[in-house]
Design a protein around this ligand. Sequence first.
Ligand SMILES: Cc1cc2nc3c(=O)[nH]c(=O)nc-3n(C[C@H](O)[C@H](O)[C@H](O)COP(=O)(O)OP(=O)(O)OC[C@H]3O[C@@H](n4cnc5c(N)ncnc54)[C@H](O)[C@@H]3O)c2cc1C
Length: 291
Amino acid sequence: MLNVKEKKIAIVGTSPIMLIFAKVLSKKNSVTIFEKKKIGGAWIYDKVMNLNTNLFTNVIVPTNKITEKKTIKLNNFLKSFNVKVKSNKKSYRSVSPFRPRPIYQYDFSSFYPEILKEKKINIKKINIKYVNERKQYVLINKKLKFDMIFIPLYNSLRFIQYLNKKIFIPFKKIISKHIIFVTKKPIIKDLYYCEQGHEFFDRMQIKKNKKLYIFTARIAKKFKSQNKLFFIKNFSFLDSNEVYYSKINSYINYYRNKKQIENLKSINSKKIKIVNTAQLFISISTYFLKD
Ligand SMILES: Cc1cc2nc3c(=O)[nH]c(=O)nc-3n(C[C@H](O)[C@H](O)[C@H](O)COP(=O)(O)OP(=O)(O)OC[C@H]3O[C@@H](n4cnc5c(N)ncnc54)[C@H](O)[C@@H]3O)c2cc1C
């Protein structure tokens, strides 16, 4: 997949793994990224009270013993892309029975500018609606010609024209809501990350940045219609006098289930590459870390 040179390559979206593909492929090819919204996908970073932080709960964690062995390699790989890595001694509680040790915390704030300053990578704010594989090239939106295109799993394309057939790749648009609080106290002592730890939230994360604590959480389905004042008032761990900043952000995910992902992956051809983006640890291990 990565062994190509002197090609004109299109990449859909800007989640970290797609940006890593862009950077690596740009060494020997010309690369254009198509991103219709903000840079980062589900890993968006933004300035909050002058702190550059992830807006959603994001962790990179191995899911079994085999992948856990790759953690040090993965950390070194990410460091080479300007990701800051530090070990985290605070509590990590996922719903998975596997308990990885140790847990690391990753800071992508310098990763994005590092990739985006790359002169050999073009970024175009264009929504890709059509991908049509022809004999000699791939035609994007009926007019842009590329030699190859790399497509992540959670993209908004509804079909791809391939081998003279229209392949439907349906998805479900899911809008998730995420709250962010900045406080002077950690809110929940000794917690780094937790799934299903509170009825309001199904993922919670607390990161320290300078002297402040940034709490991010994905709001549980039942509470999605509530506004931030509801959480400030009712989240029992929170001292409302300590909240310096609060906001609810939304994210549009073009979700595909297992069957839809298999259908999408079956498209893989010489010119159309489907990248497995389901989990960042697995994506990096699969494509970049040799055994
Ligand atoms: C809120 C959230 C948090 C997550 N947290 C984690 C985590 O902590 N750890 C983990 O391993 N996994 C996490 N995941 C799983 C996540 O799906 C992957 O880590 C990864 O980001 C998926 O990459 P992706 O490129 O497929 O999709 P996304 O990250 O959703 O990025 C897709 C990007 O492509 C753009 N795009 C889509 N279609 C088009 C188009 N047709 N034309 C132009 N641009 C387009 C979108 O605007 C978006 O920026 C999370 C998922 C979500 C939704």
